[in-house]
Design a protein around this ligand. Structure first.
Ligand SMILES: [Zn+2]
Length: 126
């Protein structure tokens, strides 16, 4: 049997036995798998959020291709709009806060209404 100087990829301990082993123990193997699972969860969460943001944007775009449009909140919900997700905010001098999904934003109005607006270059100023 050929001797190898392989070491565990997690803890660095010398590996004994089969030369195709990567980890010294089940514990080290589990640690790697847990790490992978965590990374996958993060990736999946990002993909889900990105998808939601893109859907929100396309709903706003469809409802308000140009300029300002007032619509009912429930109408956005029916289209699958998710009010929990937006990319950034813009606060007017009057204190109104617009939530944006990329270049389309909205302001919640009284009586369950929503004002949809397009991003304007002056909004960039902080
Ligand atoms: Zn190990």
């Amino acid at each position: 049997m050929e001797s190898t100087s392989a070491t565990c990829q997690v803890c660095g301990q010398a590996l004994i036995g089969r030369s195709d082993k990567k980890y010294c123990s089940d514990q080290c193997r589990a640690q790697v798998n847990n790490g992978k699972k965590k990374a996958d969860t993060g990736e999946r969460l990002m993909l889900d959020i990105n998808r939601t943001l893109r859907r929100n944007r396309s709903i706003l775009k469809t409802l308000s291709p140009l300029g300002k449009t007032t619509t009912r909140r429930e109408y956005l919900v029916l289209q699958g709009f998710d009010f929990r997700y937006f990319t950034h905010q813009y606060q007017t001098r009057q204190g109104n806060i617009y939530n944006f999904c990329y270049e389309y934003g909205y302001l919640l109005l009284p009586e369950e209404k929503v004002l949809i607006v397009n991003w304007q270059s002056y909004m960039q100023a902080k």
